[in-house]
Write a protein that binds this ligand. Structure first.
Ligand SMILES: [Zn+2]
Length: 279
């Protein structure tokens, strides 16, 4: 019976696209506009124009800096210095203001994410903290003859030649542990529930905790290791449920709840950790 559902899902979803390109994912921000790039705006007066030094304030109270550029539409980006509006040379200010008002909620959310990301990165230092298996661990940075990381549920000891925290090495350590644990957890859960899991691999997508293709290939983000085990298992349950229900229907959620009885709580709790994916 389960296989039949899956076949039906494949048929329905592969008409327009190749099976491997079809994927449903556990997105961090469903229905939100795509995350804006976070690089510093160009202020060299080149083809993209010049960013004004003095910030302006929109009628909704948002500070922004204006960049007049050779372009046809108004663009909004969140940079390390905050909101920058790129607008064609002759666009009147009231039109720019209207564009800001229209996307007010999105801008606020993007700025909040930027702040959260910055504070998390600022904690990557001696005496700061990292999240591992849902525990907030105090970071201890030591200077040594070679780089190493000692990461357990109790501590995070980072040893580097220059005595500075190495975010890349920390991520590599997370990936190493994720490779050992995540595929096995997913395979065991799938086997216990009789779900047709074709393969499970790791991902480092910056917007998704996990995804599943119509051909039964599940991908799980290595940063799931930073979440509490029950939240990690919730994401795995979500992706495994897509093996038989390639949608977010009531039948889909019933399967998720079968795998994770605390689905409602976990689904809500996980939202607070979206910033981890953007590090
Ligand atoms: Zn989904």
């Amino acid at each position: 019976m389960k296989t039949k559902w899956r076949d039906w899902a494949i048929l329905a979803l592969t008409r327009a696209e190749a099976p491997d390109r079809v994927a449903v994912g556990f997105w961090t921000a469903l229905f939100a506009p795509p995350a804006a790039p976070t690089q510093r705006p160009r202020a060299d007066g080149g083809a993209t124009g010049t960013v004004e030094d003095k910030p302006r304030r929109s009628s909704t109270g948002l500070d922004y800096r204006l960049e007049r550029a050779r372009r046809k539409s108004i663009g909004l980006i969140i940079t390390t210095d905050g909101l920058v509006i790129r607008a064609p040379k002759w666009t009147p200010l009231y039109e720019i203001d209207a564009a800001i008002t229209e996307r007010h909620a999105w801008i606020l959310a993007a700025l909040a994410r930027q702040t959260a990301r910055r504070s998390q990165l600022a904690a990557y230092r001696d005496g700061g903290h990292v999240l591992f298996r849902g525990n907030k661990l105090k970071v201890e940075v030591r200077q040594g003859l070679f780089d190493s990381i000692d990461l357990t549920e109790q501590h995070c000891i980072v040893t580097t030649i220059d005595g500075a925290f190495n975010a890349y090495a920390f991520d590599e350590e997370l990936k190493r542990i994720a490779r050992l644990e995540l595929p096995e957890i997913a395979r065991n859960m799938a086997t216990d529930a009789g779900l047709p899991l074709a393969s499970v691999t790791l991902s480092s997508a910056r917007t998704m905790w996990g995804s599943c293709t119509s051909t039964g290939r599940v991908r799980l983000n290595f940063r799931l290791l930073q979440l509490a085990p029950e939240l990690m298992r919730h994401v795995v349950a979500h992706e495994l449920a897509h093996l038989v229900e390639f949608n977010h229907s009531r039948r889909f959620w019933a399967i998720v709840e079968g795998l994770d009885p605390n689905t409602k709580t976990h689904k809500r709790a996980i939202k607070a950790y979206a910033v981890l994916l953007e590090l």
